[in-house]
Design a protein around this ligand. Structure first.
Ligand SMILES: [Zn+2]
Ligand SMILES: [Zn+2]
Length: 362
């Protein structure tokens, strides 16, 4: 039986309503408990991505970015470049716009000017998995502005609307770019994106993480009860026999052996439920376009920092700066004494500076 057919049969056994669609596609109406367990919506459509045997796994066709990218990736391989023509207009009141959208907690900034500049985005859908004694997976798309290393917020839907145009106009410029992994600095970009998606796992799999923790605590409790009972038994046994030094020594030896075994079992339980987060890129799309670029000067005490913040050409929003430590994209941040841009959660004890100090002192 093929994988899709098998999946359908299992879904049906579990109470799902399965309908065969075009080709080998399956539409499944999931009951409540399966929606929660599989982290899927009520109605999902599944199909083997036969055009990309490299991926060769179940993909959620309803993830709009994946669906839109599918056509481009299928035509051009797992890595493709698309170009979005057009020139966004400059802002009439850039200072007021900036003031509304960028908040400086402990520094000041000054708008310098705005220009239309070429930018490129890297769009990577990741298969994000959390693995312990069980496993859960979902697809999360990360978009990064490679030119400025900023993060466009809420760009996915606008990207979907723009993809058809990008696809038709990119037919000639396709594959002019090297793959991200062959590109200077791109390995770093990809690992930054990987780090971002891994951080999201904490919010994306709350039930999974909680349940792993719950089961771990339950197992630890049982271990404690079990070895507590053994220890009591050894002690009362030794008292009853009222033996000499030899008996007491034997009891102490047995207690010590039980304690060592208990410690080993605790470690086994911790290993069993330790959650490993895996993030695997399924493909990559590079989008070239032009954006309005704000040139901004940030100042803290005597130090200054020049940065560029683009206005996303697809949705008109100011792009966010990733926190230097946890990579959360924010437009409300702080600067440390080492001039690292930080989210408010990572300030004031800058983890990047702390890491550097530790590195230097070794
Ligand atoms: Zn942070
Ligand atoms: Zn710092």
């Amino acid at each position: 039986m093929d994988l899709i057919g098998w999946f359908g049969a299992v879904a049906e056994l579990e109470g799902g309503l399965v309908e065969e669609g075009d080709g080998d596609r399956l539409s499944v109406l999931f009951p409540d408990h399966l929606q929660r367990r599989l982290q899927v919506g009520e109605m999902e459509s599944f199909g083997m991505e036969e055009r990309d045997s490299d991926v060769g796994r179940l993909l959620h066709d309803q993830n709009p970015v994946i669906a839109g990218m599918g056509a481009i990736l299928a035509e051009k391989g797992r890595f493709a470049t698309a170009k979005l023509p057009g020139k966004p207009p400059l802002l009439r009141t850039p200072e007021a716009f900036l003031e509304r959208h960028l908040t400086a907690q402990n520094f000041i900034y000054r708008y310098r000017d705005q220009q239309i500049e070429p930018v490129r985005y890297l769009i990577v859908p990741f298969l994000l998995g959390a693995v312990s004694d069980m496993k859960t997976e979902r697809i999360v798309t990360i978009i990064l502005n490679e030119t400025t290393r900023t993060v466009p917020l809420g760009m996915e839907n606008d990207l979907m609307a723009a993809l058809p145009q990008a696809l038709s106009s990119s037919a000639t410029s396709a594959a002019a770019d090297p793959a991200p992994s062959a590109d200077a600095g791109a390995t770093e970009t990809l690992s930054l994106m990987k780090e971002m998606v891994r951080r999201q796992a904490m919010q994306l799999f709350p039930e999974f993480l909680r349940s792993a923790e719950r089961r771990m605590l339950r197992d630890l409790e049982r271990l404690q009860e079990y070895y507590g009972a053994i220890a009591r038994e050894i002690e009362t046994g030794a008292k009853k026999r009222l033996g000499g030094d030899g008996e007491r020594e034997k009891a102490a030896g047995r207690l010590e052996a039980a304690r060592l075994e208990y410690e080993k079992k605790i470690q086994d339980v911790r290993d069993k439920y330790a959650v490993e987060i895996q993030a695997e890129p399924l493909g990559a799309l590079r989008l070239r376009t032009a954006a309005v670029m704000f040139h901004i000067q940030m100042q803290r005490r005597k130090q200054v920092l020049q940065i560029k913040l683009p206005i996303n050409p697809l949705n008109g929003r100011l792009e966010a700066l990733p926190c230097a430590s946890c990579h959360t994209p924010v437009l409300n941040g702080c600067l440390c004494d080492g001039m690292h841009f930080l989210c408010t959660a990572c300030h004031p004890n800058c983890p990047v500076c702390r890491g550097q100090r530790r590195g230097n002192s070794v």
